[in-house]
Design a protein around this ligand. Structure first.
Ligand SMILES: Cc1cc2nc3c(=O)[nH]c(=O)nc-3n(C[C@H](O)[C@H](O)[C@H](O)COP(=O)(O)OP(=O)(O)OC[C@H]3O[C@@H](n4cnc5c(N)ncnc54)[C@H](O)[C@@H]3O)c2cc1C
Length: 476
C-alpha cells in the first residue's frame, strides 16, 4: 500500500455517511481511509454538565460510530487542537488526503485555514467541499452578481437557480477499507463519557432518528404545515433543526425526500413548497454570515452600533427565567429552559420582547439562546436575532414591535401552550390567561415587568435616533 492511496475524513458538522460530499470525493481517490472526529478544547472543554447541543452531538456521534461499526470501520475519536492532531495522524498512517466539508462560520473558517496551511506544508492535500447548504452565497446572486440581503428576493432567485441546477442527494457507493492498526483513545477518555443517551426530552440525535423524523413529517405533518407551523401548541413543524445542525441529515436529503413525498401524493405540494421555503432561510443566513463575518456578534446594519441599549439586569434575568409577567413570552422561555428547544413563532416573540420591550442588546439574547438551544447554529441564531432586533436582514424597518399579549391571543388563542409551560397559570382559561394580572392581581405569577405601550414608544424613539445617526453602509 503506498501513501497515495490513504486518506482521512475529518467529520465535524456532517455526522452521516450518505450524501456526504467531501467523503464521497475522498472515497473515489483512496483505497484505505480513516474516519476521524476531534473534540476541540477551543469549542468545549468537556467539563461540567454538557449543554443540550453537546448531548445531541454525542448522540449523533454514537450513531455515526454504529453505522461505521456495522461496516467494520472504527471511528477514531481524539481530543486536541486539530492543527496538531491531523498532521500527526497523517504522518502516522501515511495519509495523502484529508477531506472535510467546509464550515463557513467565522471561528471554523479561520481554524480550517490554519489547519489547511499546516497540512499543505506537510504535503497533504485538503479536499474541501461545500456540503452544509444547498447553494452557497456565490451561487445565488443578484443580476449585478452581488449577494442578496433580503430573503424574499433571495428565495425567488434561489428557486430559479434550483430549476437550472437542482442539487439532489448523491448515493454513497461503498466505503473503502479502514486503515488498520490505529489505536483509538479509550471510550472513557472522551469528553462527557458518562453522558450520552441523556438528551433533552423530545430529542435523541442520530442518523436513523433523523430519517424517521423526516419521513414521518413528510408523510403526515407536511399536509397541514402551512396552517399548523405557527401554532406553538401543535407539533406542526418537522423538529429537524438539530439534525441539520449536526449533519445527521443533509439539506439535499430533505429536498429530495420532500419532492418524492409530493410526487406520491400531490396534496402535499402546498406544505412541501412552504417547508422548503423555510429550509431556504438556512442557506440565506449561512450566506449572510459567510459574507459578513462581523454579523456573528456585530450589527449587520452598522448604524445600530450607536443604539442605546438598556443594562437592566433585573429585566434580563426575568426574561431568562421566564418570569416577565407576559404569559406567551414566559411560556416560550420555559420551553427553552426545560427542553433545549423553542417553537419558531416564540423565538420571534421572545426576541422582539427582549430587544424592543426590554431594550436589551440582542447579543445577550443570542448568547443565551446559543448556550441553551439544541439546534444552536451560529448563522441561523445570529440571523434570527438580528432579524427580530431590526439590526439585520428584516426588510421592514425598526418599527416592527410585536405586542406580546396580542401575539399570545393570536397564536395560542385557547392558552393551551401557555398552560403547558407556565404552571402558575394552569387554572386560567382564555381570554384571562393572556392578561392574568388584570383579573388576578396578587397571584403567584409575576406582574408584567414593563408596560408594553410605553416601552414601544421608547423603543421607536431610540431605534429612530440610531437609524438616523449614520447612513447604512451595510449590504443592500
Ligand atoms: C431569534 C431566533 C433564533 C433562532 N436560532 C436558530 C438556531 O440557533 N438554529 C436553527 O436551526 N434555527 C434557528 N432559528 C430558526 C427557527 O426558529 C428554527 O430553525 C426552527 O424553529 C426549527 O424547527 P423545525 O426544525 O421544526 O422547523 P421547520 O419549520 O420544520 O423548518 C425546517 C427547517 O428549516 C430551517 N429553518 C426554518 N426556519 C428557519 C429560520 N427562520 N432561519 C433559519 N433556518 C430556518 C431549519 O433548519 C428547520 O429545521 C431561530 C429563529 C429565531 C427567530
Amino acid at each position: 500500500m503506498t501513501e497515495r492511496t490513504r486518506g482521512i475524513h475529518w467529520f465535524r458538522n456532517d455526522l452521516r455517511l450518505e450524501d456526504n460530499t467531501a467523503l464521497a470525493d475522498l472515497t473515489q481517490r483512496v483505497e484505505q481511509w480513516l474516519p476521524v472526529f476531534i473534540f476541540d478544547p477551543d469549542l468545549s472543554t468537556g467539563e461540567g454538565e454538557p449543554l443540550p447541543k453537546e448531548i445531541f452531538l454525542l448522540e449523533c456521534l454514537a450513531s455515526l460510530e454504529r453505522q461505521l461499526g456495522d461496516r467494520g470501520i472504527p471511528l477514531l475519536v481524539r481530543s486536541g487542537d486539530p492543527e496538531v492532531v491531523l498532521p500527526t495522524l497523517c504522518r502516522e498512517v501515511g495519509a495523502r488526503w484529508v477531506s472535510l466539508n467546509q464550515d463557513t462560520t467565522p471561528f471554523a473558517s479561520q481554524r480550517d485555514k490554519r489547519v489547511t496551511a499546516v497540512l499543505e506544508r506537510e504535503g497533504v492535500e485538503v479536499l474541501a467541499a461545500r456540503d452544509r447548504v444547498v447553494f452557497g452565497p456565490d451561487e445565488v446572486v443578484t443580476g449585478a452578481g452581488k449577494p442578496y440581503s433580503v430573503y424574499s428576493a433571495y428565495r425567488k432567485r434561489w428557486w430559479r437557480h434550483w430549476q437550472d441546477e437542482p442539487r439532489l442527494p448523491s448515493s454513497t457507493s461503498g466505503l473503502p477499507a479502514p486503515i488498520p492498526g490505529v489505536a483509538n483513545d479509550p471510550p472513557e477518555a472522551r469528553p462527557w463519557a458518562d453522558q450520552s443517551g441523556n438528551s433533552a426530552p423530545g430529542h435523541g440525535g442520530g442518523i436513523s432518528q433523523a430519517m424517521t423524523l423526516l419521513d414521518s413529517f413528510l408523510d403526515k405533518g407536511v399536509l397541514n404545515y402551512r396552517h399548523h407551523r405557527d401554532i406553538p401548541s401543535r407539533e406542526g413543524t418537522s423538529r429537524l433543526s438539530p439534525f441539520l445542525r449536526f449533519g445527521a441529515v443533509s439539506p439535499r436529503q430533505c429536498f429530495g425526500r420532500a419532492f418524492e413525498a409530493q410526487a406520491d401524493n400531490p396534496q402535499r405540494a402546498d406544505g412541501v413548497g412552504k417547508w422548503l421555503d423555510e429550509l431556504i432561510w438556512r442557506d440565506f443566513y449561512a450566506g449572510i454570515l459567510e459574507k459578513n463575518p462581523r454579523a456573528r456578534r456585530g450589527n449587520l446594519k452598522p448604524e445600530y452600533d450607536s443604539m442605546e441599549w438598556s443594562e437592566n439586569e433585573d429585566f434580563f434575568q426575568a426574561w431568562c427565567q421566564g418570569r416577565t409577567g407576559f404569559p406567551i413570552v414566559d411560556a416560550g422561555m420555559r420551553q427553552l429552559l426545560e427542553t433545549g428547544w423553542m417553537h419558531n413563532r416564540l423565538r420571534m416573540v421572545v426576541a422582539s420582547f427582549l430587544t424592543k420591550d426590554l431594550l436589551i442588546d440582542w447579543r445577550k439574547g443570542e448568547r443565551f439562546f446559543f448556550d441553551r438551544l439544541v439546534d444552536a447554529d451560529p448563522a441561523s441564531n445570529s440571523g434570527g436575532w438580528q432579524w427580530a432586533a431590526s439590526t439585520g436582514t428584516d426588510a421592514q424597518p425598526y418599527f416592527r414591535v410585536l405586542n406580546p399579549t396580542a401575539q399570545g391571543r393570536r397564536w395560542d388563542p385557547e392558552g393551551e401552550y401557555i398552560r403547558r409551560w407556565v404552571g402558575e397559570l394552569r387554572g386560567l382559561a382564555a381570554p384571562e390567561i393572556h392578561e392574568p394580572s388584570v383579573g388576578h392581581p396578587g397571584a403567584e405569577y409575576p406582574r408584567p415587568v414593563v408596560d408594553h405601550a410605553e416601552r414601544r414608544l421608547i423603543a421607536l424613539d431610540r431605534f429612530k435616533r440610531a437609524a438616523s445617526s449614520r447612513k447604512s453602509d451595510g449590504i443592500r
